[in-house]
Design a protein around this ligand. Structure first.
Ligand SMILES: [Zn+2]
Ligand SMILES: [Zn+2]
Length: 358
C-alpha cells in the first residue's frame, strides 16, 4: 500500500482585495498559530498576484499561502452562483455570467472548481441574503462546497438573541453541513456524477458582521481551528513552494481530501481507503469492483461513523475506531463521522467518496 501524507489547510478565505479585512501576512500568521500547513486565499473576482509562497514565523514555523479565487457575476440580481477556483493562473472572472464556460475554462488548464455554499439560508435581521448556486444545468465541475462555516453560522441568526449567543458561543450552534446539502450531494452521486467536496471557513475577519458587536466576530485564527480541509498527498512537502503547491492543487483536483471540524477534537489521522485484488484507492479516487473491494475506515478516536453508499447507510460504527466493509456493488461510497460536543452530536469528518465501478 502506498504511503500517504496528510496536511491541513483552509481553502476559502478573503482579504481586503475583496470583502475581508486581514492582510495576506495576517492570514498566514493566524494559520501558523492555528497549526495549519497551507491556506488558499480566494478573494472575489480577483486573482491576486505576487503573494504566494512560504511565510515564515520565528525559527521553525511556516505556512504555504496560495491564491485561488471566488468568481461570481456582480451584476446578477439577486446574487447567486459563487464558484471557488484553484490552480488557474489567469483571471477568469469575465466568464462569470456563463457558468458552463467558466467550468470549461478551468478544465482546459486542469484546475479545479467547486460550487460555493450551494444551498444557503438568508439572515434577514442582518440584511444578509442567501447566495445559493442556482445554475444546476452545469456539468464537469470538480465538486461542491459541502460545509461553509460562515454560511452555516449565518443560518443560526434567527433572532437578535440567537445572534448574540451565536457570536459569543458559536460552538454551541455549529453542527455540520446542512442536511439538504448532504442530500443534494447524494443525489448528484446517485446520478453517477463524480462530485467531490470541500469545506472551509469563508473567513473575512470583518468587524461589522453583527452590527453593534464591535469586536472581530470571527478572527481568522479561530476559524482556522474549525472547519478545515485535510489533504492526502503521495509525497511529503519538501519546503519548495512550487513543489508543495502542486501537491495541494492535485489533491484538490482529485478530491484526495476530507473535511475536518477540528475544534471538538483533531481530525488528523482519519482515513478511508479501498483495497481491491491488486489495486488500492484513497478518498476521491476510484477502482473496479471485481470480486469485491474492502473498504476501511479509521477514525482518530471513537465516534459515530457511517459508511454511505449512494445515499444509504450500509455500515455504522460507534464503539470502535476502525471498521471494514466488503463492497460488491458499484457506486459512490463515502464516510461521515459525528462526535458528541457541547451536548449533541456534531458533524466532525466528511470524506470524499471512493468511486467503485464495474
Ligand atoms: Zn461566496
Ligand atoms: Zn467567500
Amino acid at each position: 500500500m502506498q504511503p500517504v501524507y496528510e496536511y491541513i489547510g483552509n481553502a476559502h478565505i478573503h482579504t481586503p482585495y475583496s470583502d475581508g479585512e486581514g492582510s495576506h501576512a495576517e492570514v498566514a500568521q493566524a494559520a501558523v498559530q492555528a497549526g495549519l500547513d497551507f491556506v488558499i486565499v480566494t478573494d472575489h473576482n480577483v486573482l491576486v498576484q505576487g503573494v504566494e509562497g512560504y511565510y515564515h514565523f520565528g525559527t521553525d514555523q511556516r505556512v504555504l499561502l496560495l491564491t485561488g479565487e471566488e468568481v461570481h457575476d456582480p451584476r446578477r440580481q439577486p446574487q447567486a452562483n459563487h464558484m471557488l477556483i484553484y490552480g488557474v493562473e489567469q483571471e477568469l472572472a469575465p466568464h462569470a455570467p456563463h457558468s458552463q464556460t467558466l467550468i470549461e475554462q478551468v478544465e482546459a488548464v486542469e484546475g479545479s472548481c467547486y460550487l460555493a455554499h450551494p444551498l444557503e439560508k438568508s439572515a434577514p435581521l442582518f440584511d444578509e441574503p442567501a447566495i445559493p448556486w442556482v445554475d444546476w444545468t452545469v456539468e464537469g465541475y470538480t465538486g461542491i462546497e459541502l460545509w461553509n462555516y460562515m454560511s452555516e453560522f449565518k443560518s443560526h441568526l434567527s433572532s437578535p438573541l440567537a445572534a448574540l449567543q451565536a457570536a459569543f458561543r458559536p460552538e454551541r450552534f455549529i453542527s455540520g453541513p446542512f442536511p439538504q446539502t448532504l442530500a443534494l450531494w447524494d443525489q448528484l452521486l446517485g446520478e453517477g456524477r463524480r462530485v467531490r467536496i470541500i469545506g472551509g471557513a469563508d473567513a473575512h475577519a470583518n468587524r461589522h458582521s453583527l452590527g453593534p458587536i464591535s469586536r472581530v466576530v470571527f478572527p481568522y485564527e479561530y476559524l482556522f481551528r474549525c472547519v478545515n480541509l485535510h489533504i492526502l498527498t503521495p509525497r511529503p512537502f519538501s519546503g519548495d513552494p512550487e513543489h508543495d503547491k502542486r501537491l495541494v492543487l492535485n489533491a484538490l483536483r482529485d478530491g484526495n481530501t476530507f473535511i475536518g471540524y477540528d475544534l471538538p477534537a483533531p481530525t488528523r489521522g482519519f482515513r478511508f481507503s479501498a483495497q481491491g485484488l491488486n489495486t488500492h484507492a484513497i478518498m476521491g479516487s476510484w477502482l473496479r469492483v471485481g470480486d469485491g473491494v474492502t473498504l476501511q475506515v479509521a477514525c482518530p478516536q471513537i465516534a459515530q461513523s457511517r459508511l454511505i453508499h449512494n445515499g444509504k447507510v450500509v455500515l455504522e460504527e460507534s464503539e470502535g475506531t476502525h471498521s471494514t466493509f466488503i463492497a460488491t456493488r458499484p457506486g459512490a461510497y463515502r464516510v461521515e463521522v459525528y462526535l458528541p460536543y457541547k451536548g449533541k452530536p456534531r458533524g466532525w469528518i466528511f470524506s470524499n467518496p471512493i468511486f467503485i465501478t464495474n
